[in-house]
Design a protein around this ligand. Structure first.
Ligand SMILES: [Zn+2]
Ligand SMILES: [Zn+2]
Length: 347
């Protein structure tokens, strides 16, 4: 990669409205942009890992509790618990005599809760269909039914994709793309739907595939055209074509003709697609906190208040940040239909 190419890319990222001239640079040569969302998705976009963390928020702690809630094969559960422990999402708690070993969320693990909540809000808004959302959240701190919002840490107003400017942070740069990444298939989407009905699962069924989410990320950065997205992500053309057509079918992007001979389309986020900004920016904040070693790849400025900010997920009623221990749930389904374990219910 040439020095001028680096400069051009950096400039475009700082001001996404300015489009760089189209360039043909292979993704493999340029490597993958350092990104806290990608790092977070490496962890939660594995369907089983995600489901295990979700059950932990619902207070599952033992191997058997996870197994019965998810009907997951023993070897798979062993593997994922080991992986999540290595990643410091869980810690193992030694058993007293005669008791089973427990897996407890670490602070880092508990801190994924706002990301789950923002995915849940998206799923509730767009994917619950005719039915009511599966869970109603009740915030203990204020006693209200809560519909948490993703807000600016500086001014506490709700964040929108269009109201944020990006610039390189101390962790900006690229790393070599992982070998084999381009061939990964989005094959396990349906697995997100195992177990209890969940708006988070429905959201991840659409964007839990990491490539799909990265394509959406490029949308937030203002990159609309196929060639440009391809060169930014270093993604194989067949995979990009596949993900774009899925995302169009799911209502996240719409296509717009911008050139007729030959026909070329650009991809614009729909209202539903733009609403993924909450989960996106929340996962970015988590990745910055726990995986960036104090060097965030991107710095964010809220146009409305003019301050640099972190995203925080707050209760829409009392504006306090949401944490797992303060939330209770009212179920819109019968937990007996989904195994013995239900979330702490107040019905
Ligand atoms: Zn602000
Ligand atoms: Zn509240």
């Amino acid at each position: 990669m040439t020095r001028s190419a680096t400069a051009r890319v950096t400039r475009v990222r700082a001001t996404p409205q300015v489009r760089a001239p189209r360039e043909k640079v292979s993704g493999a040569a340029r490597g993958e942009r350092n990104c806290s969302v990608a790092r977070t998705l490496d962890i939660v976009s594995d369907a089983w890992a995600f489901l295990i963390i979700r059950e932990a928020f619902f207070e599952a702690k033992t191997f058997e509790a996870f197994r019965s809630a998810l009907d997951i094969p023993r070897a798979t559960l062993t593997d994922r618990l080991r992986k999540l422990t290595r990643l410091q999402i869980f810690r193992q708690v030694a058993a007293d005599t005669g008791q089973r070993k427990q897996y407890r969320l670490t602070r880092m693990g508990f801190d994924l809760y706002p990301s789950f909540i923002s995915l849940m809000q998206f799923g509730d808004r767009w994917l619950a269909g005719e039915k009511s959302p599966p869970l109603v959240l009740v915030h203990r701190s204020c006693g209200c039914e809560s519909h948490p919002i993703v807000a600016c840490s500086a001014c506490a107003s709700e964040l929108e994709a269009r109201g944020v400017q990006y610039r390189d942070g101390p962790g900006a740069g690229r790393k070599p793309a992982k070998p084999g990444r381009n061939t990964r298939r989005a094959s396990d989407g349906s697995r997100f739907m195992l177990g209890r009905p969940s708006s988070v699962s429905r959201a991840l069924e659409i964007i839990g595939d990491k490539w799909s989410f990265m394509v959406v990320r490029e949308g937030f950065f203002g990159n609309r055209r196929y060639d440009y997205i391809q060169s930014e992500l270093g993604i194989a053309p067949n995979i990009l074509t596949d993900r774009l057509s899925r995302l169009v079918a799911q209502g996240i992007f719409h296509r717009r003709l911008y050139q007729s001979a030959p026909e070329r389309y650009e991809y614009l986020l729909t209202e539903m697609g733009r609403d993924l900004y909450g989960p996106f920016i929340t996962m970015l904040a988590w990745g910055d906190r726990w995986l960036a070693k104090g060097k965030p790849p991107l710095l964010l400025r809220h146009t409305k208040c003019g301050h640099d900010f972190r995203a925080s997920v707050i209760c829409d009623k009392c504006h306090k940040p949401v944490i797992a221990a303060d939330m209770q749930y009212r179920l819109n389904y019968d937990p007996r239909d989904y195994g013995a374990l239900g979330p702490r219910s107040i019905t």
